[in-house]
Design a protein around this ligand. Structure first.
Ligand code: FE2
Length: 291
Protein backbone atom coordinates (compact mmCIF):
# COMPACT_ATOMS: atom_id res chain seq x y z
CA UNK A 1 0.00 0.00 0.00
CA UNK A 2 1.18 3.50 -0.70
CA UNK A 3 0.25 6.81 0.82
CA UNK A 4 1.08 8.74 -2.36
CA UNK A 5 -1.25 11.71 -2.74
CA UNK A 6 -3.84 11.85 -5.48
CA UNK A 7 -2.58 13.20 -8.78
CA UNK A 8 -5.43 15.29 -10.18
CA UNK A 9 -5.60 16.18 -13.87
CA UNK A 10 -4.40 19.74 -14.33
CA UNK A 11 -5.13 21.59 -17.57
CA UNK A 12 -3.46 24.98 -17.98
CA UNK A 13 -4.68 27.61 -20.45
CA UNK A 14 -2.15 30.37 -21.09
CA UNK A 15 -3.30 33.90 -21.91
CA UNK A 16 -0.56 35.60 -23.96
CA UNK A 17 -2.04 39.08 -23.41
CA UNK A 18 -1.50 39.00 -19.62
CA UNK A 19 0.93 36.06 -19.27
CA UNK A 20 -1.63 34.39 -17.00
CA UNK A 21 -2.41 30.69 -16.68
CA UNK A 22 -5.94 29.56 -15.87
CA UNK A 23 -6.19 26.03 -14.53
CA UNK A 24 -8.96 23.45 -14.65
CA UNK A 25 -8.42 20.75 -12.03
CA UNK A 26 -10.40 17.52 -12.19
CA UNK A 27 -10.31 13.74 -12.09
CA UNK A 28 -11.31 12.90 -15.64
CA UNK A 29 -14.49 12.94 -17.74
CA UNK A 30 -17.73 13.55 -15.84
CA UNK A 31 -15.91 14.44 -12.62
CA UNK A 32 -16.15 17.54 -10.45
CA UNK A 33 -13.79 20.39 -11.29
CA UNK A 34 -12.36 23.65 -10.03
CA UNK A 35 -11.27 26.56 -12.19
CA UNK A 36 -8.39 28.59 -10.77
CA UNK A 37 -7.50 32.18 -11.75
CA UNK A 38 -9.61 32.90 -14.81
CA UNK A 39 -9.14 35.80 -17.22
CA UNK A 40 -11.63 38.28 -18.66
CA UNK A 41 -10.01 39.89 -21.70
CA UNK A 42 -9.79 43.66 -21.38
CA UNK A 43 -8.59 46.25 -23.86
CA UNK A 44 -7.30 49.26 -21.91
CA UNK A 45 -7.40 51.47 -24.98
CA UNK A 46 -11.14 51.09 -25.52
CA UNK A 47 -12.38 49.87 -22.12
CA UNK A 48 -13.96 46.87 -23.85
CA UNK A 49 -14.12 43.43 -22.28
CA UNK A 50 -14.17 40.17 -24.25
CA UNK A 51 -14.64 36.58 -23.23
CA UNK A 52 -12.36 34.72 -25.64
CA UNK A 53 -10.17 33.39 -22.81
CA UNK A 54 -13.18 32.36 -20.75
CA UNK A 55 -14.69 30.59 -23.76
CA UNK A 56 -11.57 28.39 -23.96
CA UNK A 57 -12.19 27.34 -20.36
CA UNK A 58 -15.87 26.71 -21.05
CA UNK A 59 -15.05 24.63 -24.14
CA UNK A 60 -12.59 22.49 -22.16
CA UNK A 61 -15.08 21.95 -19.33
CA UNK A 62 -17.85 20.95 -21.76
CA UNK A 63 -15.56 18.75 -23.84
CA UNK A 64 -14.74 16.72 -20.75
CA UNK A 65 -18.27 16.90 -19.28
CA UNK A 66 -16.92 18.39 -16.05
CA UNK A 67 -19.10 19.65 -13.22
CA UNK A 68 -17.63 22.93 -12.02
CA UNK A 69 -17.99 23.21 -8.26
CA UNK A 70 -15.55 26.03 -7.60
CA UNK A 71 -14.20 29.08 -9.37
CA UNK A 72 -11.18 29.93 -7.25
CA UNK A 73 -8.90 32.95 -7.02
CA UNK A 74 -5.44 32.87 -5.48
CA UNK A 75 -5.66 36.63 -4.88
CA UNK A 76 -7.10 39.89 -6.21
CA UNK A 77 -5.00 40.15 -9.37
CA UNK A 78 -3.49 43.44 -10.47
CA UNK A 79 -2.60 42.41 -14.01
CA UNK A 80 -5.82 40.95 -15.39
CA UNK A 81 -9.54 40.97 -14.74
CA UNK A 82 -11.20 37.81 -13.47
CA UNK A 83 -13.90 36.12 -15.54
CA UNK A 84 -15.35 34.41 -12.45
CA UNK A 85 -18.91 35.80 -12.76
CA UNK A 86 -19.07 34.96 -16.47
CA UNK A 87 -17.87 31.42 -15.83
CA UNK A 88 -20.25 31.00 -12.91
CA UNK A 89 -23.17 32.00 -15.09
CA UNK A 90 -22.09 29.63 -17.87
CA UNK A 91 -20.94 26.64 -15.83
CA UNK A 92 -22.17 27.01 -12.24
CA UNK A 93 -19.89 26.77 -9.23
CA UNK A 94 -19.08 29.09 -6.36
CA UNK A 95 -16.47 31.85 -6.30
CA UNK A 96 -13.89 31.59 -3.51
CA UNK A 97 -10.90 33.66 -2.37
CA UNK A 98 -8.81 34.13 0.79
CA UNK A 99 -10.44 35.65 3.85
CA UNK A 100 -7.88 38.43 3.99
CA UNK A 101 -9.40 39.88 0.81
CA UNK A 102 -11.18 42.21 3.25
CA UNK A 103 -7.83 43.89 4.00
CA UNK A 104 -7.29 44.45 0.28
CA UNK A 105 -10.85 45.75 -0.12
CA UNK A 106 -10.37 48.19 2.75
CA UNK A 107 -7.20 49.64 1.26
CA UNK A 108 -8.62 50.06 -2.23
CA UNK A 109 -12.02 51.26 -1.06
CA UNK A 110 -10.18 54.31 0.26
CA UNK A 111 -7.80 54.70 -2.70
CA UNK A 112 -10.69 54.61 -5.19
CA UNK A 113 -13.17 56.36 -2.89
CA UNK A 114 -15.71 53.66 -3.76
CA UNK A 115 -19.46 54.12 -3.33
CA UNK A 116 -20.72 53.86 0.25
CA UNK A 117 -22.68 50.71 -0.71
CA UNK A 118 -19.40 48.86 -1.38
CA UNK A 119 -18.87 46.66 1.66
CA UNK A 120 -15.26 45.68 2.36
CA UNK A 121 -16.40 42.48 4.06
CA UNK A 122 -15.81 39.94 1.29
CA UNK A 123 -19.56 39.48 0.79
CA UNK A 124 -19.14 39.83 -2.98
CA UNK A 125 -17.61 36.33 -2.97
CA UNK A 126 -19.46 33.06 -2.30
CA UNK A 127 -16.78 31.78 0.08
CA UNK A 128 -13.83 33.21 2.03
CA UNK A 129 -11.16 30.67 2.93
CA UNK A 130 -8.83 30.64 5.87
CA UNK A 131 -5.49 28.96 6.26
CA UNK A 132 -5.79 25.19 6.60
CA UNK A 133 -9.39 25.04 5.43
CA UNK A 134 -10.41 22.02 3.35
CA UNK A 135 -12.51 22.68 0.26
CA UNK A 136 -14.12 19.69 -1.39
CA UNK A 137 -14.23 19.39 -5.17
CA UNK A 138 -16.15 16.15 -5.69
CA UNK A 139 -13.80 13.43 -4.45
CA UNK A 140 -10.87 15.84 -4.41
CA UNK A 141 -10.01 18.02 -1.45
CA UNK A 142 -8.17 21.32 -1.68
CA UNK A 143 -6.22 22.52 1.32
CA UNK A 144 -5.96 26.29 1.59
CA UNK A 145 -2.46 27.57 2.35
CA UNK A 146 -2.14 31.23 3.35
CA UNK A 147 0.88 32.59 1.46
CA UNK A 148 0.82 36.37 1.99
CA UNK A 149 3.57 38.69 0.82
CA UNK A 150 2.73 39.61 -2.78
CA UNK A 151 -0.60 40.73 -1.34
CA UNK A 152 -1.90 40.19 2.22
CA UNK A 153 -4.69 37.94 0.94
CA UNK A 154 -2.72 35.52 -1.24
CA UNK A 155 -3.55 31.86 -0.83
CA UNK A 156 -2.37 28.70 -2.55
CA UNK A 157 -4.50 25.61 -3.13
CA UNK A 158 -3.00 22.18 -2.48
CA UNK A 159 -4.95 19.49 -4.33
CA UNK A 160 -3.38 16.05 -4.07
CA UNK A 161 0.24 16.36 -5.23
CA UNK A 162 -0.45 19.66 -7.03
CA UNK A 163 -0.15 23.13 -5.53
CA UNK A 164 -1.45 26.23 -7.28
CA UNK A 165 0.93 28.84 -5.98
CA UNK A 166 -0.61 32.02 -7.38
CA UNK A 167 1.94 34.83 -7.46
CA UNK A 168 4.31 33.56 -4.79
CA UNK A 169 6.70 31.74 -7.11
CA UNK A 170 7.36 31.94 -10.82
CA UNK A 171 9.37 29.46 -12.87
CA UNK A 172 12.92 29.01 -11.47
CA UNK A 173 14.45 31.27 -14.14
CA UNK A 174 11.95 34.06 -13.38
CA UNK A 175 11.95 33.97 -9.57
CA UNK A 176 9.25 35.51 -7.41
CA UNK A 177 6.48 38.13 -7.54
CA UNK A 178 6.80 41.76 -6.54
CA UNK A 179 5.92 42.81 -3.00
CA UNK A 180 5.36 46.56 -3.40
CA UNK A 181 1.59 46.70 -3.80
CA UNK A 182 -0.40 48.02 -0.82
CA UNK A 183 -0.13 45.43 1.96
CA UNK A 184 2.71 43.56 0.22
CA UNK A 185 5.84 42.64 2.17
CA UNK A 186 9.05 40.92 1.04
CA UNK A 187 9.83 39.37 4.42
CA UNK A 188 6.35 37.89 4.54
CA UNK A 189 6.69 36.53 1.00
CA UNK A 190 9.98 34.87 1.91
CA UNK A 191 8.27 32.99 4.76
CA UNK A 192 5.39 31.99 2.47
CA UNK A 193 7.76 30.70 -0.21
CA UNK A 194 9.73 28.70 2.33
CA UNK A 195 6.44 27.22 3.53
CA UNK A 196 5.67 26.02 0.00
CA UNK A 197 9.22 24.75 -0.51
CA UNK A 198 8.98 22.66 2.65
CA UNK A 199 6.44 20.41 0.89
CA UNK A 200 7.68 17.04 -0.46
CA UNK A 201 10.28 17.52 -3.24
CA UNK A 202 8.17 15.86 -5.94
CA UNK A 203 5.17 18.15 -5.28
CA UNK A 204 4.00 19.68 -8.56
CA UNK A 205 3.86 23.48 -8.45
CA UNK A 206 1.66 25.39 -10.90
CA UNK A 207 2.41 29.08 -11.50
CA UNK A 208 -0.21 31.76 -12.15
CA UNK A 209 2.09 33.45 -14.68
CA UNK A 210 5.08 32.89 -16.89
CA UNK A 211 7.33 35.62 -18.27
CA UNK A 212 9.88 33.51 -20.14
CA UNK A 213 13.37 34.99 -20.52
CA UNK A 214 15.68 34.36 -23.48
CA UNK A 215 12.95 33.11 -25.84
CA UNK A 216 12.31 30.06 -23.70
CA UNK A 217 8.93 28.45 -24.50
CA UNK A 218 6.09 29.16 -22.05
CA UNK A 219 6.19 26.83 -19.05
CA UNK A 220 4.14 26.95 -15.89
CA UNK A 221 4.79 23.72 -14.01
CA UNK A 222 7.78 22.91 -11.82
CA UNK A 223 8.43 21.00 -8.62
CA UNK A 224 9.53 21.84 -5.11
CA UNK A 225 12.87 20.13 -5.85
CA UNK A 226 13.45 22.24 -8.98
CA UNK A 227 12.58 25.46 -7.18
CA UNK A 228 14.82 24.65 -4.24
CA UNK A 229 17.70 23.84 -6.57
CA UNK A 230 17.50 26.71 -9.00
CA UNK A 231 14.99 29.51 -8.32
CA UNK A 232 16.99 32.65 -9.06
CA UNK A 233 15.45 34.51 -6.07
CA UNK A 234 14.76 31.89 -3.40
CA UNK A 235 16.68 28.68 -4.06
CA UNK A 236 18.10 26.94 -1.00
CA UNK A 237 20.93 28.95 0.50
CA UNK A 238 19.40 32.39 -0.10
CA UNK A 239 18.47 33.75 3.32
CA UNK A 240 15.69 36.12 4.29
CA UNK A 241 17.89 39.22 4.44
CA UNK A 242 19.38 38.54 1.00
CA UNK A 243 15.93 37.95 -0.47
CA UNK A 244 14.42 41.08 1.08
CA UNK A 245 17.29 43.23 -0.18
CA UNK A 246 17.02 41.84 -3.71
CA UNK A 247 13.22 42.06 -3.80
CA UNK A 248 13.09 45.62 -2.43
CA UNK A 249 15.71 46.91 -4.86
CA UNK A 250 14.08 45.19 -7.80
CA UNK A 251 10.54 46.34 -6.91
CA UNK A 252 11.74 49.96 -6.88
CA UNK A 253 12.53 49.60 -10.60
CA UNK A 254 9.20 48.11 -11.71
CA UNK A 255 6.41 50.03 -13.43
CA UNK A 256 2.85 49.50 -12.26
CA UNK A 257 1.11 46.73 -14.25
CA UNK A 258 -0.79 48.11 -17.26
CA UNK A 259 -4.15 46.88 -15.99
CA UNK A 260 -3.75 47.52 -12.25
CA UNK A 261 -6.39 50.26 -12.04
CA UNK A 262 -9.26 48.45 -13.78
CA UNK A 263 -8.15 45.04 -12.51
CA UNK A 264 -8.18 45.92 -8.84
CA UNK A 265 -11.48 47.82 -9.01
CA UNK A 266 -13.20 44.85 -10.63
CA UNK A 267 -11.42 41.98 -8.91
CA UNK A 268 -12.17 43.20 -5.38
CA UNK A 269 -15.84 43.03 -6.44
CA UNK A 270 -15.40 39.32 -7.30
CA UNK A 271 -15.35 40.29 -10.98
CA UNK A 272 -18.55 42.33 -11.00
CA UNK A 273 -18.39 45.68 -12.77
CA UNK A 274 -18.88 48.83 -10.68
CA UNK A 275 -22.56 49.86 -10.38
CA UNK A 276 -23.95 51.34 -13.60
CA UNK A 277 -24.40 55.09 -13.53
CA UNK A 278 -27.62 56.87 -14.52
CA UNK A 279 -26.81 56.53 -18.23
CA UNK A 280 -26.49 52.75 -17.91
CA UNK A 281 -22.70 52.65 -18.24
CA UNK A 282 -20.26 51.24 -15.70
CA UNK A 283 -17.03 53.18 -15.09
CA UNK A 284 -13.64 52.56 -13.54
CA UNK A 285 -11.73 55.41 -11.92
CA UNK A 286 -8.21 56.70 -12.29
CA UNK A 287 -6.98 58.18 -8.99
CA UNK A 288 -4.36 60.83 -9.64
CA UNK A 289 -1.09 60.55 -7.71
CA UNK A 290 -2.51 57.96 -5.31
CA UNK A 291 -0.61 54.82 -6.28
FE1 FE2 B 1 -0.73 39.10 -8.69
Amino acid sequence: MTNAPLMPNVHGIFDPATWTVTYVVHQGPNSAAAIIDSVLDYDPKSGRTRTHSAEKVIAYVREHSLKVEWILETHAHADHLTAAPYLKQALGGRIGIGRQITAVQNVFKDIFNLESEFRPDGSQFDALFQDGEQVSIGNLSATVLAVPGHTPACIAYQIGDAVFVGDTLFMPDVGTARCDFPGGDAKTLYASVRRLLSLPPQTRLFMCHDYPPNNRPIKFESTVAEQRASNIHVRDGINEAQFVEMRTKRDATLDMPVLILPAVQINIRAGQMPPREANGTSYVKIPLNAL
